[in-house]
Ligand binder design. Structure first.
Ligand code: AR6
Length: 186
């Protein structure tokens, strides 16, 4: 599914983020940038040790923000490591922190002149954020960003498995129904 927002495209696909040929893929990282399971494990395995070496030099990344490294051997040139919140009950600032992780990633991409960026569904694996709620926050944050003055041309959400993809499709449809700046194109 695709939507046009301003001059940019927001796209949803089902797939593996490590295979994306874009300027940057986003990692669902932890504050210590130590690597782990899920997308993080897959990215470090596919990209090789250069990525972890840079993460060690950077050190830490607070929840709700992001840092950038090389893409190592990945098809993507860069990895943006974003740290989403651990879900507690939704009353501990989780939506704002999740929005912050997406927004910081987009701002970093902008600063580095990157035009195409792929996101996973941050926080919805090990960190336990309910995916329907996370999808609404993620899509709203990215859509609002793309309405502004940006050189980012493409934001692709790469959803792991059919059910995650379906949740994002539903959330994007609902968002587009209420916001005429979001034009579904296919
Ligand atoms: N491509 C795209 N999405 C994927 C892939 C992949 N290759 N693999 C998993 N997903 P998670 P979090 C989906 O757990 O919840 C790590 O240990 C997965 O199905 O990767 O933010 C870190 O080091 C889920 O929907 O990230 C942190 O400690 C989504 O990606 C912690 O987990 C996010 O799941 C971060 O937890």
């Amino acid at each position: 599914m695709k939507a046009k927002i301003g001059r940019s495209v927001l796209e949803l696909v089902e797939g593996d983020i490590t295979e994306q040929r874009v300027d940057a893929i986003v990692n669902a990282a932890n504050e210590g940038l130590r690597g782990g399971g899920g997308v993080d494990g897959a990215i470090h395995r596919a990209g090789g040790p250069e990525i972890m070496a840079e993460c060690r030099r950077i050190g830490r990344c607070p929840t709700g923000s992001a840092v950038i490294t090389t893409g190592g051997q990945l098809p993507a040139r860069h990895v943006i490591h974003a740290v989403g919140p651990v879900w507690r009950d939704g009353a501990h600032g989780e939506p704002n922190l999740l929005a912050g992780a997406y927004r910081s990633s987009l701002q970093l991409a902008e600063e580095h002149n990157l035009r195409t960026i792929a996101f996973p569904s941050i926080s919805t694996g090990v960190y336990g954020y309910p995916i329907d709620r996370a999808a609404r926050v993620a899509l709203r944050t990215v859509a609002d960003y793309l309405k502004g003055d940006t050189r980012v041309e493409l934001v692709r959400f790469v959803l792991f498995g059919r059910s995650a993809y379906d949740v994002y499709v539903q959330a994007l449809q609902e968002l587009a129904d209420r916001d005429e700046a979001i034009q579904l194109v296919s």
